[in-house]
Write a protein of this length. Sequence first.
Length: 273
Amino acid sequence: MVMPELPEVETTRRGIVPHLTGRTVTGITLRAAKLRLPLSAELPRQLAGQRIEAIERRGKYLLFTCSDGTLLLHLGMTGHLRLVPSDSAPGKHDHVELHFDNNTTLRFTDPRKFGTLLWLTGEPLQHPLLAELGPEPLSADFTAEYLFKRSRKRSVATKLFIMNSKIVVGVGNIYANEALFLAGINPARAVGSLAPAETERLTAAIRQVLTEAIALGGTTLHDYLDAAGQPGYFSLKLHAYGRGGKPCSVCGTALQESRLGNRSTVWCPKCQQ
DNA sequence: ACTGGCTCCTGAGGGC
DNA sequence: TGCCCTCAGGAGCCAG
């Protein structure tokens, strides 16, 4: 199973950029009527003949800048992109394929159909799905001061706060657990109660965990593969996620596990206050 | 303005 | 071996 978080999306982007930039779409194959949203039957007509000018990322969205518009793609929970030869036979969950003028095909596979694929005209960052997004966690805009100010007088659990894409993009469940572990902050703490030093530790931890994950090519949970089919290796370094009941890597105390916002949450009751 | 809960989907894994 | 149940989760959406 694939769990694309920001590092996986960025790894995917870096994997396809050298192969697709400047290429022209010669055809598109749709094999599903809908993913998270209906797949527009207009997509083949809209994409045919489009040249890929750039492939960028905003949060976990990929933006394919084309001659006359932008293809917006979200991998959802189980989606991944793979470059395959144009004559490669499709599998059960290969819902969309973009065919290019160099005999390669960009294949979108997504067993649970939580992904999104939209054709946008106009300024893509003004689209409702993108306009309200918070800063990129690895940009200069994501600072302890920013997090401190945004969190004042808010009672929501710190973990849910950092997973809110309107606050900061790209922090999914796995890395939220890891960042809170590294920062020594209890996931359930009301975010408004964090002291400045704690927001400093938290922003640093989010940067650290995402930076390390990108450097290692994303997390391997089961069979995560990037665009070229290479596995990531970050799962070897997970301290919290998936380790409920196991000893804390710092103090040895059994990690606790519960649900927060209906998401699996793991923390050390001694190290994270 | 916030907050928490619901929803989409299907494979994996556990219990018997 | 096979069936049934629960769980996993990104993020938009909505009611209170």
